[in-house]
Design a protein around this ligand. Structure first.
Ligand code: AMP
Ligand code: MN
Ligand code: MN
Ligand code: MN
Length: 277
């Protein structure tokens, strides 16, 4: 059972890296990639935990990048977490996130939310603050009934708690992942609200930039979206990745390792460059 997209408390997941690995092991996962947002701080702990329960841990990351004026997520699989270009770039992202969190908090407070920055900080527990941490605080404070509603009302473009990203370019992200020895894979391609034409333009560009694959089967895709992405992967001759995008047990509809089967004609990325030791 292979799950190549998961989050821990090092970014916006709710399980610590060790808890995540233990839960994956219980679920029967044999290969697990930890892919925290813009962060590799959880990998050392995850690796130790994985060694104890015989899980093959793939050190990974989910980089926030910009393409055509919007933000996309790029998975780096099997990166060297100690690579200096990577750690340097991630420090800059962390600085941007700190500034962005202050801006988000300022805008939320203008709409009547109290102590937004401290609230989000407490949810994050680390320096890496994201929209999910604000969202959890807002739900707790009764500003929305659940996670879905809080994003819709506050955290997306045009809403009071949204501050646009100024992430690195897609090209810089791919190069950074390659520099740190990893494979660059577009995460959950169906989640960007791109028209078919625009999406195919993106795949073409990814191909030209040397990306290594696309996530075909995702916990954030519907079954139909998995099939559509499988067809794109075949058309563009991209190896296919799969991952739950697990953020913790609160999202009961996403389980570690539990994914619909990949289209039989796709080439899984672990047969096309990703080493499973
Ligand atoms: P950030 O990297 O700070 O912009 O936060 C992005 C994260 O917020 C994503 O990785 C998801 O975990 C979460 N997220 C984004 N959009 C939504 C949404 N519409 N509903 C629920 N969670 C979302
Ligand atoms: Mn997330
Ligand atoms: Mn993502
Ligand atoms: Mn993710």
């Amino acid at each position: 059972m292979i799950d190549l997209h998961t989050h821990s408390t090092a970014s916006d997941g709710t399980l610590s890296p060790a808890e995540l690995v233990a839960k994956a092991s219980e679920a029967g996962v044999t290969t697990l990639a930890l892919t925290d947002h813009d962060c590799v701080a959880g990998i050392a702990e995850a690796r130790l935990a994985a060694a104890k329960c015989n899980i093959n841990l793939i050190p990974g990351i989910e980089l926030s990048v910009m393409w055509s004026g919007r933000s996309l997520h790029l998975l780096g699989l099997d990166v060297d977490a100690s690579n200096s270009a990577l750690t340097h770039a991630l420090q800059k992202v962390l600085d941007f996130r700190r500034w962005r969190a202050e801006e988000i908090a300022r805008k939320l407070e203008a709409t009547g939310v109290v102590d937004a920055l401290d609230g989000a900080r407490a949810k994050a527990g680390t320096d890496l603050i994201g929209r999910s941490h604000f969202a959890r605080y807002l739900v707790e404070q009764g500003h929305a009934k659940d996670f879905r509603q809080v994003f819709k009302r506050y955290m997306v473009k045009g809403k009071p708690g949204h501050v646009g990203g100024e992430w690195m370019s897609l090209e810089a992200g791919i190069n950074l992942i390659h520099q740190s020895g990893g494979l660059a894979v577009l995460a959950h391609p169906a989640r960007y609200n791109l028209s078919r034409t625009k999406l195919r333009g993106l795949f073409k560009e990814l191909k030209a930039l040397g990306a290594n694959g696309i996530e075909v089967v995702s916990g954030s895709h519907s079954k139909d979206e998995n099939q559509i992405m499988a067809q794109h992967a075949l058309d563009f001759e991209f190896p296919a990745s799969q991952g739950s995008d697990y953020h913790g047990p609160e999202n009961t509809w996403v389980q570690l390792g539990r994914l619909p089967p990949m289209h039989y004609r796709c080439t899984p990325i672990w047969e096309a460059g990703l080493k499973l030791s």
